[in-house]
Design a protein around this ligand. Structure first.
Ligand code: AP5
Length: 230
């Protein structure tokens, strides 16, 4: 794999980084920081699907009702959009995946797509957070429908508590952060995504990170782990 120059000027591995973890574990928060540090794109399938919904595309029309209920979007659609995204030039020096792969079929599809059938080159991090903390984070999350920034009513409120600090849009609660949808998302995670931890533990470089700590501390661990895998 090629090396890339990072924020502090040193060279880092361009291996794809995969962040695993349940809804609310902080994958999106950490993926944004890690991608900025490594100077590579963050590829968030949740963000891509929400953009498709906002744009009213056929993908968005198919994904929207499933997402609102906390169900997963079909594997073939996800493999298609990620497959196209990682072929773009800006991914040539690496990328951070947030929210994908999420099922064994997606993991196998992704392997075939970028690894020629092997995951050994991937850096996989499993972010662990207790269930009661996940519920606290998801119920208190507020979201900007314009730029997709996330806040939390207690631990990361925007400056005025109502509007996005970046663009002034009124913050809202995501439909799938409401109680019934969250319950579905956690069931889907346990049933279809958690098995990926064992899948990657046996096939890639998987590390566990304690995500139930301040954002900066979690990031420091992540950064060290990824840099150690050069
Ligand atoms: P997606 O948007 O990927 O949702 P998710 O995986 O459920 O993850 P979340 O965005 O809820 O949480 P996160 O781990 O990113 O945490 P965050 O950093 O935001 O997917 C949504 C839906 O799209 C799915 O349900 C599915 O329908 C569909 N979809 C997407 N990808 C798919 C795929 N591959 N296959 C099929 N369907 C797919 O943080 C959460 C909150 O906690 C925030 O308020 C944040 O400020 C706060 N927080 C973060 N870190 C900390 C910390 N260390 N301490 C305190 N608070 C923190």
């Amino acid at each position: 794999m090629a090396d890339v120059r990072t924020g502090d000027g040193t060279r880092r591995s361009a291996a794809p980084v995969i962040l695993l973890g349940p809804p609310g574990a902080g994958k999106g928060t950490q993926a944004a920081r890690l991608a900025a540090h490594l100077r590579v794109p963050k590829i968030s399938t949740g963000d891509m699907l929400r953009e498709a919904i906002a744009a009213g595309t056929p993908l968005g029309r198919q994904a929207g009702p499933l997402m609102d209920k906390g169900q997963l979007v079909p594997d073939d659609l996800l493999n298609g959009i990620v497959g196209a995204r990682v072929q773009r030039d800006d991914c040539a020096t690496g990328y951070v995946l947030d929210g994908y792969p999420r099922t064994l079929r997606q993991a196998e599809g992704f392997e075939d797509l970028v690894g020629g059938g092997v995951s050994a080159g991937f850096v996989v991090v499993n972010v662990e957070v207790p269930r009661e903390e996940l519920l606290r984070r998801l119920s208190g999350r507020r979201w900007c429908p314009t730029c997709q920034s996330t806040y939390h009513v207690e631990s990361r409120a925007s400056r005025d508590g109502l509007h996005c600090d970046r663009d002034g849009t009124l913050l809202i609660q995501r439909e799938d952060d409401k109680e019934t949808a969250v319950a579905h998302r956690l069931v889907e995670y346990d049933r279809r995504t958690a098995p990926l931890i064992d899948f990657y533990r046996h096939r890639a470089r998987l590390s566990d990170v304690d995500g139930h700590r301040p954002v900066d501390e979690v990031f420091e661990d992540l950064r060290r782990l990824v840099e150690a895998q050069r």
